[in-house]
Design a protein around this ligand. Structure first.
Ligand code: MN
Length: 403
């Protein structure tokens, strides 16, 4: 029996494969992950948290044109929403850079630029959803406001409301069941239109005012608390996210319920891997980007030319050849995958699904239909990663994204 077994590939859980000591270390590591989730609900907060972690580990800000040498630990902060961290290795730079990439933005509701309005004595904020939002999940639950307002004088006001237990929360109303029979007959898309995702922020009129007195009350509060006017909201990035903190799930505390796993679950391991790695030979980079949820465009997204510029700067500073560095580099692009869920078994193909507890899930290719739009990693690269994982005792498995 034992001999036959080695011919057969079986997905095994961390609990079966790794042993008690490693399982305990993984749970301890997850405590740091939960702290990161709570500290970094937006890409801006995530970049700030990454800088804090990196500086603590000896990383220093990099400016274009700076000299570099083996052993240097550097980071480049792109507009506070995208960060490149890299460590220069001892081997020639033409051997390439080992890169991990993940994203820091998550689905949420952004405030529109003219968000405040009053209707029937209630004051609301208009939102524009960002990324792949399941709209019905945002109703009737405590929400928080996170973001920045750039005032007329150029100063920045940071705002976080709803995370402290003493804070008020943001809220989107839903129908009570006996008024919802019309809603119940609709498709999800028709029943929860995006234009109804309005945040209620006030119902108390400002003393002595007659017209739009509730809205004026809210503006009065914003001015007295943050020194901002309605016009200042034109140059603001204010995001609505769930107000809850990361919590353990299950009697055995083996899972985590939190906002923003996608993609902090990859961003946190990427940055901690770089910071903790003892490898001094290879030049390594951790690249954490914004705008994945909306197609990776924009100056802080993955399609920005900054990645190629930074690689070119590294090559130049270390007397390398840019084309050689790019050709010889390897990148693990990491993002969340969907774990097989028996409650929705019909949307998975069990044999090629990622399974709960079976460790890191590796996806050779993505794409839809006939692999449309895929970046199909070569068998050689997957083989190399597999050897690295097996030699280091990493519990991992492979999955096909989607069906
Ligand atoms: Mn993602």
């Amino acid at each position: 029996m034992a001999e036959t077994k080695s011919y057969v590939y079986e997905k095994k859980t961390v609990y079966e494969k790794a042993g008690q000591k490693i399982v305990e270390a993984a749970y301890a590591y997850a405590d740091g992950y939960k702290t990161f989730l709570d500290a970094a609900k937006t890409e801006r907060e995530a970049v700030a948290e990454c800088i804090r972690m990196a500086e603590e580990a000896g990383y220093r800000p990099y400016s274009f044109g700076n000299a570099m040498k083996a052993g240097d630990k550097l980071y480049y902060n792109n507009r506070g929403k995208n960060i490149f961290l890299f460590r220069i290795g001892s081997e020639p730079i033409n051997c390439g850079i080992r890169i991990t990439a993940a994203h820091l933005d998550s689905p949420r509701l952004d405030l529109k630029q003219v968000p405040l309005y009053e209707e029937n004595g209630m004051c609301f904020l208009k939102t524009h959803y960002y990324g792949g939002v399941r709209k019905y999940q945002w109703l009737a639950m405590p929400l928080a406001l996170h973001g920045v307002v750039i005032k007329q004088d150029g100063t920045t006001v940071n705002i976080t409301v709803g995370e402290d237990e003493k804070d008020p929360v943001m809220y989107i109303t839903d129908l009570l069941p006996h008024l919802a029979s019309g809603q119940a007959g609709k498709t999800i898309k028709e029943a929860f239109p995006a234009e109804r995702l309005n945040i209620i922020v006030g119902s108390k009129p400002l003393d002595g005012e007659e017209k739009e007195s509730v809205k004026l009350g809210v503006l009065d509060y914003l001015y007295n608390t943050y020194g901002i006017t309605e016009e200042d909201l034109l140059s603001a990035e204010l995001c609505i996210v769930p107000a809850a903190r990361a919590r353990d799930v299950g009697f055995d505390r083996s899972m985590i319920c939190a906002y923003g796993h996608d993609d902090r679950v990859c961003a946190y391991p990427s940055i901690t891997a770089l910071i903790d790695a003892e490898d001094t030979k290879h030049t390594s980079m951790c690249l954490l980007v914004d705008k994945e949820e909306t197609g990776s465009d924009g100056v802080t997204g993955m399609q920005s030319s900054l990645i190629t510029d930074i690689i070119a700067e590294i090559a130049k500073a270390l007397d390398g050849n840019v084309a050689a560095v790019r050709a010889n580099s390897k990148c693990l692009s990491s993002d969340v995958t969907a774990t097989f869920d028996p409650n929705f078994a019909d949307v998975y193909e069990h044999r090629n699904s990622s399974l709960l507890g079976c460790g890191v899930s590796m996806c050779k290719y993505t794409g839809s239909g006939g692999k449309g739009g895929t970046s199909d990693a070569s068998a050689e690269l997957v083989g190399w990663v597999r050897r690295c994982f097996n030699e280091a005792g990493v519990v991992y498995h492979l999955e096909n994204f989607g069906m």
